[in-house]
Design a binder for this molecule. Structure first.
Ligand code: GDP
Ligand code: IMO
Ligand code: MG
Length: 430
């Protein structure tokens, strides 16, 4: 059966999407990154060996999988080339297996500088971006002045377009931020060097995907970030600049909604957020230190400490609706192993009006405080467990409660960072 799957995050990113994409890729022919850029950091662990991917689809460690970086992604070609080389050094060869959309917009050095200087100027009001130029690159895309991957193919046009946009940024960087100007010759030289390496990968990935669908190939669409970092549905303005909810798959690839058969929401057994912005269930006590240490909650891209909190059931229910989720994958269950008590937020209360909300939009979370339900911890080791029957009773109960709160089943449980530390509750390819 042709079963095309979307795997996306239901929280604020870093849910463990990369691990699950890698795990499920055994059954797929194609894996597609469809939005975001190298702000993502997806960690894969294979027999103890750790690989962090930022742009390259997480299925590519499987030697027969074809990877696609589609039109919705913003691409720094120099970062892409670095990642290809990193994989080579680790004996993963992706020649003839990675394809890049000619319609994807480029991230260029001045986008990164602009991201950084703007954040600096915002001071305490900064978004806490990854500093990878994501916002400015998407701005250019929407303003219709982007250079796209396809532009690399025509050196003369590339040079003309690049000169124009470098001037545009230099004017702003100099007048507003007193930043030294960029030399377009140097950027052009770097682009042409990178182009030599990726030239044969550049193609119309939309047509490629349509062909794959006609040929009944199985495709995994790999989400980056998480639902509440979505530019429209997240905690605006503390969000990223793309649609990390389900719509991003459609616009970011050119594949229609009828070609998606199953949507898996990856949910950490607790919550984390890196960067600034609302986080209703955030913890500031010894539980934060515990989750941070036991869960190794430090950013895969920037190394920043992730903020931690209890699982937010209100947010999860909202993510289920925003994304039409078919089922959930619960990750990092093992991180809760040593806790006597575990909490889930089941509703929000407005501290002024005392009104209670079971469903709420994430665009306005002012004056909201969480109402919790408390569960008994299992106080036993679950790390590495591969069968649901082997989970302690209290852990199974915790999963059941999540299913009830979310209103959808849990099909996968992750009990450790390694590909094999996984419980397949239901074979989703059947
Ligand atoms: P992504 O951005 O959603 O792919 O997630 P990240 O890779 O940024 O962060 C997830 C972190 O948790 C990584 O360090 C993973 O190796 C690790 N991880 C994933 N699943 C599990 C799990 O079930 N248990 C534990 N202990 N670690 C996990
Ligand atoms: P993965 O795919 C966690 C956050 C940043 C910041 C906000 C905007 O690994 O889950 P940006 O650089 O995108 O303009 O930053 O979004 N952010 C992420 N947080 N995981 C990610 O990706 C993220 N990508 C961006 O920390 O709060
Ligand atoms: Mg990550």
């Amino acid at each position: 059966m042709n079963k095309n799957i979307v795997i996306l995050g239901t929280q604020w990113g870093d849910e463990g999407k990369g691990k699950i994409v890698d795990y499920l890729s055994t059954n797929s022919s194609y894996v597609v990154r469809y939005h975001g850029g190298h702000n993502a950091g997806h960690t894969l662990v294979l027999n103890g060996k750790k690989i962090v991917l930022h742009l390259i689809p997480s299925g590519l460690l499987h030697p027969k999988v074809i990877g696609i970086i589609s039109n919705g992604v913003v691409i720094s070609v120099s970062e892409l080339v670095k990642e290809i080389e990193m994989l080579k050094r680790n004996n993963f060869f992706i020649e003839n297996r990675l394809f890049i959309s000619d319609a994807a917009s480029l991230i260029l050095p001045f986008h990164i500088t602009m991201d950084i200087v703007r954040e600096k100027k915002l001071g305490v009001n900064a978004i806490g971006t990854t500093g990878r130029g994501i916002g400015p690159a998407y701005e250019d895309k929407i303003a219709r002045r982007s250079l796209r991957i396809g532009d690399l193919k025509n050196e003369k046009n590339l040079s003309i377009k690049l000169k124009k946009i470098v001037n545009y940024y230099n004017d702003q960087l100099l007048s507003i931020y007193k930043h030294k100007p960029f030399d377009y010759h140097l950027i052009l030289k770097d682009l042409l060097e990178a182009k030599n390496i990726i030239n044969d990968m550049i193609t119309d990935t939309t047509i490629m995907l349509h062909d794959a669908i006609e040929n009944k190939k199985i495709i995994i669409f790999e989400g980056a970030q998480g639902s509440f970092l979505d530019i429209d549905h997240g905690t605006y303005p503390y969000v990223t600049s793309s649609n990390s909810t389900i719509g991003g798959v459609i616009t970011g690839t050119g594949v229609g909604p009828k070609n998606i058969d199953y949507i898996l929401g990856v949910t950490k057994a607790y919550s984390t957020r890196v960067g600034n912005g609302p986080f209703p269930t955030e913890l500031f006590n010894s539980i934060d230190s515990y989750l941070s240490k036991k869960g190794n909650e430090f950013g895969s891209t920037t190394g920043r400490k992730r903020r931690t909190g209890w699982l937010d059931g209100v947010a999860l229910r909202y993510a289920v609706k925003l994304n039409s989720l078919s089922a959930l994958c619960i990750t990092k269950l093992d991180v809760l192993d040593d806790l006597k008590e575990i909490k889930i937020c089941i509703a929000y209360q407005n501290v002024n009006t005392l009104e209670i909300y079971h469903n709420i939009s994430f665009s306005n979370l002012e004056n909201i405080q969480p109402i919790y339900e408390t569960y008994t911890g299992w106080m036993e080791q679950t790390s590495g467990i591969k069968k649901i029957e082997e989970l302690p009773k209290a852990a199974k109960n915790y999963i059941k409660c999540i299913e009830k709160i979310a209103g959808i089943p849990v099909h996968i449980i992750s009990t450790g960072p390694d590909r094999n530390d996984t419980i397949l509750v239901k074979n989703i390819f059947l």
